[in-house]
Design a protein around this ligand. Sequence first.
Ligand SMILES: C[S@@+](CC[C@H](N)C(=O)[O-])C[C@H]1O[C@@H](n2cnc3c(N)ncnc32)[C@H](O)[C@@H]1O
Length: 316
Amino acid sequence: MIRRMAFKIQSAYLASDGLVAPLLNELDGMITVHDRLILSSQPAKEAYWAQNIWRNPIVVHIDSINDAAKKLKSIQHNWCLYSYQLHRRAKLILEKLSPVPFKSIIFPAHLSQVPIGTFTLLGDNVLLASADCSSPFPNGEPHFIEDKEGPPNRAYLKLYEALTLTGRKPQRGEFCLDVGGSPGGWAWVIQQTGADVLSIDRAPLSPSVAKFQRVSFQKRDAFSLLPEDFAQKGKTVDWLFSDLICYPEKLYEWILKWVESGVCKNFICTIKFKGKPNFMIINNFAAIPGSHVRHLFHNKNELTWFKISSSSPSGL
Ligand SMILES: C[S@@+](CC[C@H](N)C(=O)[O-])C[C@H]1O[C@@H](n2cnc3c(N)ncnc32)[C@H](O)[C@@H]1O
């Protein structure tokens, strides 16, 4: 039996593994936390640290596994499960539906436009279900087919995810900056798109990436690189990628110069935190016009800031 909730659940937020605390910090009206799922009495809001946001979830009373499946199907076709308890019963319900497979994605991939609902079992006979979730991936988890040989590390998965969400990627002949680029996971992704990439780092690129014709490298302090260096030569930067390990405040000051200069069209930057995140600086990034700040499945204690000049479909 589940006790009757004192508050109506208006939204739910799924945190990434180990990142419930920062998500709780930005939410109001918390009713309860079920493992990584936070239930709230307040309407859904954009939350930087959420891996998936359940908008307008409904409580559904069920008599049986079949009844659960019938009621969910009557709402919509595609469902995934977030299970924090009663795992076997929940899985049996999922098997009666047309579950969205956690299939491996081959990069580059188009985002599916089919909405994915999510449900969980709050009790033996009570479901919480949302047909309107923020992430285009089941439980906010894109699983890419991995390349264990090409890239020098697994950082490339972060860029796979970021580009898949934007629905855009660098084009052949475009010019990209990749600051904090060593050992070269991101440069490896960028050069595959056909774009040219200049990686900047104090540490060298892996020889397996440095060898590519479209990759060049400068060993220097990234913050010494300024938009004027390009503007004076009449050169535009199509994409600025940053995965620098640095204070978010320093990154923000530097990025602002690039945004204000108009020299660069698209930005994807990781904002990294040591310990507790500084929400003031996150809000500053988010306030840059045309921006989005998201916690990606492949982010750790970090967020990704996007500013993309595009009208193509986006999962942001
Ligand atoms: C997380 S690693 C980047 C991984 C890289 N994106 C990849 O895909 O392989 C962060 C990098 O930032 C570099 N870095 C930190 N501060 C820097 C600075 N001021 N100038 C240049 N590089 C810096 C470090 O040397 C390190 O290689």
